[in-house]
Structure formats: C-alpha cells, structure tokens
Design a protein around this ligand. Structure first.
Ligand code: DAH
Length: 371
C-alpha cells in the first residue's frame, strides 16, 4: 500500500462544517430525524426509530468485519488485494461502511446511521478517487411491530418501510417532483436487494443500494432469528454532492483552494458550484512490457503508482493500447496520463519530472520493462 492513501486518513471531510460532503450528510441526518418524529409514522407504530449517528468509526477494520460478517463470499472480487487495501492479511481499510453493521448491532444499536471514509483501489478519472464517503443505515424491527402492522412477516414490514423512507429521502434531496424507480439488485448482505435510481438531467442515476438484511447477520450479532427483521442501505456521498452541487471533478473535494472551500458556506443544500478558471491539461504516454513470469500489472496497480507519485495532479489514466507480440508472446500496455492541477498552471519541467518519477516507479516498483 502506498503512503498516498494513508495520508488521506483522518481528513474527515464529512465532519468539516461547510464542506459539501458534510452538507449532504447533515441533510440526510435531518431527514431521518424528521422521519423519526413524523406523527403519521409514530401512529403507524414506528415510535422507536430515532437513529443513532456515528461519524468517527475508524476506517481500519478487521477483514472479517468488512467481508465475512456481512456474508461477502470467499471468492468475491472485492476481497482481492487488487480492489481492497490490505494493511495485513487480517486487516483492511474498509471498502464500505457495511463493515460496521455487525459490530453496531452487537453493541445494541437497533436504528443507526454510520458515515465515514471508505477506500478502494480503482482507476483514475473525474469520478473515481481511492477514498470516498459512504453512509450506511440500518433499522431493526421486532415481531410485535409487523404483527401490529398486520403484516405476515418481518421482511414485508422492512421492505415497506425501507422503500417509503428512501423514496422520501430522494424527494428531500432532489426535490418533490424528482422521478425515482426501484431496480432489483444483488448484495450479499441483503435479500431481497434493490437499487434506487433517480432521473437526473434526463438519465437514470443509481443513488443507493439497499435491502432486507440477511437473517444470518442478525443471528450472528446475537439477535433471535425469526423474532426480528431489519433493513439496510448504503449510499455514496460524493456522487450525490457532484450531482446536486454540480461539482465536475471528485478531486475538488480534497482541494484546500478557498475558491472551492468557501463556495458552500452561504448556500448549504442550495449551493451550485461556480467553476473558476480551469488550467490546461498535459498528456503523457507510457508504454511498457508486462513483467514475464509474474501476474500482469493491472490498471489499478498502474493508477496506484500514478497517485503515489503525482497525487491530485493526476486527472485521468486511460488505457490506449494493449497487444501481444506475435513472435515473443510478450504483452505490451500503453496508458495515457492526463495531468492537471485544480489550483495552478503546471510548468513543462515539473510535469516532465513527475512523468520520469512515474516511469521509475513502474520499472522499480512493478518490475515492468519500459519501452
Ligand atoms: N456496501 C454496498 C456498497 O458499497 C452498499 C450497500 C448496498 C449497503 C446494500 C447496504 C445495502 O447496507 O443493504 O456498494
């Protein structure tokens, strides 16, 4: 793991007043607070649904919490070191806030929201960054609640409340006339599982994943299976903030440029990002032969090296060519790196030096043969 991603830990964007990620988080919290005291909901027997909120759970978690406790299968891609940052064999940087479902249930929480930074090895472009923010929601029901609601089982109540609440959330964030639709989905931790999509600028956009919690998760956390049911959801805050505030590049969330950070102070949820002058990008290609007798260098490996050297100057990394030499059988890969600062104009000399360091790190760190 490179130090670059470790440096992001503790930044806590979601707890900084006036930061767009925190503004969205607060808007969602306010929605759930209001829902908990909504007279119609109280009358329907939802009196106990005030949500505890956790914003400061540590992102370094046991791999078991991130995967096993939420029933992620042993062969699921997310377990691969190509996708998840491992601190050691048994410890990861959480790749989702679902990592806190089980421990929160074990601690006795029955309705809670967890917000935090999550980490994934990924490609480099305007909407992907190795650290982003998620919110997890969970609410447990007891048998008396679905009986009082006249429903046959806990799944029916959980699904009904989940859908109603999350449609209300979409209206709260996107406005009362926002069009939404439910799409069937698969997640290891829920069944049935759904995604909520919102029609945004003429396109259906996935806003969150959710479902009825697998009874085994409840059982393992010490609740009596069959006597309780629960819903869960998880959503990404950057995507929401980028849409709602019209923020064009995910790196901006990490910018300390006051032209960015001051923009959201007055407007809150009504803010719209006002672009300031964009500096020109600079493109550099790098071609290499994949190492022989070793696993190929993946795009995520490549991006990790570029991030490690160039930090937020790296705007995009695009695969532009890959071929296998017909005679030698060696595989060649070529990537184009776009460099651009959000804050200043870059000198050729600086970028050439960065590119040289990227090349060096690829050759020394990943064992490729540069072409
Ligand atoms: N953990 C999922 C992700 O990162 C999101 C998610 C989906 C969370 C469904 C949930 C859920 O709690 O029920 O993609």
């Amino acid at each position: 793991m490179t130090d670059a991603v470790f440096d992001k830990m503790g930044a806590s964007l979601h707890t900084r007043p006036d930061h767009p990620i925190a503004i969205i988080k607060e808007a969602i919290y306010a929605y759930f607070d209001a829902a908990a005291s909504d007279p119609a909901r109280l009358a329907a027997g939802h009196g106990r649904s005030a949500f505890s909120k956790f914003d400061a759970l540590h992102p370094v978690v046991p791999a078991t919490a991130n995967f096993d406790e939420v029933l992620v299968p042993a062969d699921h891609v997310s377990r691969s070191p190509n996708d998840t940052y491992y601190v050691d064999d048994a410890t990861v940087l959480r790749c989702h806030t679902s990592a806190h479902q089980s421990s929160s249930l074990r601690a006795g929480e029955r309705a809670f929201l967890v917000t935090g930074d999550v980490y994934r090895r990924d490609s480099i472009d305007c909407s992907h960054y190795p650290v982003f923010h998620q919110m997890e929601g969970v609410r447990v029901f007891e048998k008396s609640e679905w009986e009082a609601a006249g429903l046959p089982d806990g799944t029916a109540l959980a699904e009904r409340e989940l859908k109603g609440l999350l449609e209300g959330l979409a209206a709260h964030l996107f406005g009362p006339s926002a069009e939404t639709r439910w799409v069937d989905a698969y997640f290891p931790f829920t069944h049935p599982s759904f995604e909520l999509e919102v029609l945004f600028n003429g396109e259906w956009m996935e806003v969150l994943g959710c479902g009825v919690m697998q009874p085994a998760i409840l059982g393992a956390a010490g609740l009596e299976e069959g006597a309780v049911s629960a819903w869960a959801f998880g959503l990404g805050l950057e995507r929401l903030a980028m849409c709602l505030f019209q923020i064009p590049d995910i790196r901006l969330f990490w910018s300390s440029d006051p032209r960015f950070t001051k923009q959201f102070r007055a407007g809150g949820m009504g803010s719209r990002f006002k672009p300031y002058s964009k500096f020109p990008p600079c493109f550099k290609d790098v071609s290499f032969w994949q190492p022989e007798g070793k696993p190929a260098v993946s795009e995520n490996d490549m991006c990790e090296v570029v991030r490690g050297v160039a930090g937020d100057l790296a705007e995009a990394v695009t695969l532009i060519d890959a071929f296998t030499h017909p005679k030698t059988g060696r595989a060649s890969t070529c990537y184009r790196i776009a460099y651009r600062s959000m804050e200043r104009s870059l000198e050729d000399e600086e970028i050439n030096a960065v590119q040289e360091r990227v090349r060096g790190a690829l050759a020394d760190g990943l064992g490729v043969e540069l072409r």
